[in-house]
Design a protein around this ligand. Sequence first.
Ligand code: PEP
Length: 237
Amino acid sequence: MPKLIIANWKMNPATEGEAVELARQSDWENVVVCPPFLFLRAVGTTLKKASLGAQDLFWKNPTGAFTGEVSAAELRDLGVKYVIIGHSERRLNLGETDEMIAKKLAVTVKEGLVPVLCVSEEWPEQIKVDFSQLIVAINPERFRILIAYEPLWAISASSEEAVPDTPEHAVEVISGIRNLLTAMNYKFNVKFLYGGSVNWKNADRYLELKEVDGVLVGAASLIPDDIQKIANYAGEY
Ligand code: PEP
């Protein structure tokens, strides 16, 4: 599988016009653009090469009395293929728990969307909770799951001094997650991403690693030149 770039725009930009412009400039093979829910349709219509992703979903499906929430079926209808789940900003700002994330993970794979499950340096506990129900409930071999290792301290929004994890340590953690999943009798199709302060200057250091299948990019994904350069590197592997 070619290396993937997941562009997490978070709560940016402010207007649909800006979102469409940014989408136009981020439209590269192997890029997954994850705009705010509000702009999914406009961005989806704009993208010709890149895929569409969402930043979250709710675990109830397909419809119901869940004010403010968005379902897997609704996302699929908009052409969404990937869904970021368990981002640390949702864990920290909204109190999302591993139990909630486990339900989101299950509905995502059941509905044929590809989850991008984010785990931090607390990965052993997070993976155990997030995957245990999934393994019991459905046959995970059939599904494609992406796991993004994103240490909290490396995420650029967490502090002005955030620095990326070293590629060596990221590989160590990714191997640890793989071993844990094997011990839980999970038979892959799992791919691994690194996220946290990735930019065009350092992306290559992660993308060149055989253990890393792609990168999750926040702040730099809002800068068209940066995303283009990162997408170029990704195309080389
Ligand atoms: C993120 O929040 O998922 C992220 C990777 O952010 P940044 O690239 O800005 O550190």
